[in-house]
Design a protein around this ligand. Structure first.
Ligand SMILES: *Cc1c(COP(=O)(O)O)cnc(C)c1O
Length: 350
C-alpha cells in the first residue's frame, strides 16, 4: 500500500522543531539534577512530586505493551483519548482547508475537535437502524483534502460493532488515516483491531482507561498506531502530558487487570438481562442490542421519561435530538443494585 505520511502532514508540523525538555536531553536516573529548575527539597506533603514526570511514560507503556500484546513503540498516551483526537487534527488537518469524515450518530468529540481546529466536516450518517457504515458514500465523498475518517466501534451511542469488512475496504482505499475508536471494546463480542496494525499503516486505534478500566478521573487514553504516526504525536504533544500521579496510579491499576475482566463479564451479563427487562415495558418502542456498557432505548416520550427518572434521582443521557436517534435515551449499565433501582422506578412510570 502506498501510504506516505509526508503527504498527509501539515506543513508547519513537518518543519516543526519540537520543544526539547530537560528530561529529553538527559534521562538517567542517578545524579544531581540541576537542569529543570525544580525544587530539590521536595513537595510540601508526605510524598514527593517535585520532579517532572517521564515525558514518554516508558514504564506504563511497557506494562500496556504486555497486556495488549503490542510493541511499546506503537503506543501513544494522551490526557484522555480526547487529547489524541485533538492531536490528530493538529498534526494532519490544515485549518479551513482540510476535511474529515464523521459518521453520525457517533461520539461528539470528533465534531467538537474539528470545530475547535477549524477543520471541515463531511457527515456521512450511518445506515438507518442497522447503524453500519455507508461505505460507498464514504468512498465517493473522499477528496484530496480528506485527512481523517473517524469510526467508533462499538459505536457510542448506538452500541453496535462496525463490520470489519467495511472498515477494511476503507483502509485499503483511503490514503489518509482511519481512526477506529475502541473505547468500549472490552464489552464487545469481537476483539480489538490491534493485530491489524501491522497490515495497515494508516490505521489508528484509540482506546481509553476511562470506561472498563474505571479510571476516568486520571485522564489517560491510548492511541495504537505505526511508529511514524507515534513520532508525529510525540513531537506535538505537550511535553509532560501525563502527570506523575496518573502514571503512578495507572501502573498500579495495570497489575489488577483481572478485576477489569471480572467487571466486564458482570456488566455484559447485566446488560443482556436489562435489555430483556426493558423490552417488556409498554412505553418502550425498541431496545437496541449492545456490545458496550450502555443501552440505547427508543421510547414513546423520551423527555417525559428522562424527567421522571430525574425525580427518582436516576440520570440517563437524552440522545433524542441526535440524528437517527429520535426518541432515544442512552442508559449506562450500573451495579446490580443500580440496575434494579432503575427497573423498579420504571415499573412506577405512568
Ligand atoms: C468515553 C469515550 C471516550 C473516552 O474519552 P477519554 O478522553 O479517554 O475519557 C472516547 N471515545 C468514545 C467513543 C467514548 O465514548
Amino acid at each position: 500500500m502506498n501510504f506516505n505520511i509526508d503527504n498527509l502532514l501539515r506543513k508547519n508540523i513537518k518543519s516543526l522543531t519540537p520543544y526539547s525538555s530537560a528530561r529529553d536531553e538527559y534521562n538517567g536516573k542517578e545524579g544531581v539534577f540541576l537542569d529543570a529548575n525544580e525544587n530539590a527539597y521536595g513537595s510540601p506533603i508526605s510524598s514527593d512530586y517535585n520532579r517532572y514526570p517521564d515525558p514518554l511514560q516508558l514504564n506504563v507503556k511497557q506494562k500496556i505493551s504486555e497486556i495488549k500484546n503490542v510493541a511499546k513503540e506503537n503506543i501513544f498516551l494522551g490526557n484522555g483519548s480526547d487529547e489524541a483526537i485533538d492531536l490528530l487534527y493538529r498534526a494532519f488537518c490544515e485549518p479551513k482547508e482540510d476535511n474529515v469524515i464523521i459518521c453520525p450518530p457517533t461520539y461528539g468529540m470528533y465534531k467538537v475537535s474539528a470545530n475547535i481546529n477549524d477543520v471541515n466536516i463531511i457527515n456521512i450518517p450511518l445506515k438507518d437502524d442497522i447503524f453500519q457504515l455507508n461505505v460507498s458514500l464514504i468512498l465517493d465523498s473522499i477528496n484530496p483534502k480528506t485527512k481523517l475518517i473517524f469510526i467508533c466501534s462499538p459505536n457510542n451511542p448506538t452500541g453496535n460493532i462496525i463490520e470489519w469488512s467495511d472498515i477494511k475496504n476503507i483502509l485499503l482505499f483511503f490514503k489518509g488515516l482511519v481512526v477506529v475508536d475502541e473505547a468500549y471494546i472490552d464489552y464487545a463480542s469481537s476483539g480489538s483491531l490491534i493485530a491489524e496494525l501491522k497490515n495497515y499503516p494508516n490505521l489508528v486505534i484509540l482506546q481509553t482507561f476511562s470506561k472498563s478500566w474505571g479510571l476516568a478521573g486520571i485522564r489517560v487514553g491510548v492511541a495504537f498506531c505505526s511508529q511514524q504516526i507515534i513520532g508525529v504525536l510525540n513531537k506535538i504533544k505537550p511535553p509532560y502530558n501525563i502527570n506523575s500521579l496518573s502514571q503512578k496510579i495507572l501502573l498500579e491499576a495495570l497489575e489488577n487487570k483481572f478485576m477489569i475482566d471480572t467487571w466486564a463479564k458482570k456488566i455484559i451479563d447485566d446488560r443482556e438481562r436489562l435489555i430483556l427487562r426493558l423490552a417488556a415495558f409498554l412505553f418502550v418502542i425498541k431496545v437496541y442490542s449492545s456490545e458496550a456498557n450502555f443501552i440505547l432505548l427508543k421510547v414513546n416520550d423520551p423527555i417525559g421519561l428522562y424527567n421522571y427518572l430525574i425525580t427518582c434521582h436516576i440520570i440517563v443521557r437524552d440522545r433524542s435530538k441526535i440524528v437517527l436517534c429520535e426518541n432515544c435515551l442512552r442508559i449506562t449499565i450500573g451495579t446490580k443494585i443500580e440496575n434494579n433501582k432503575l427497573l423498579e422506578s420504571l415499573k412506577n412510570y405512568k
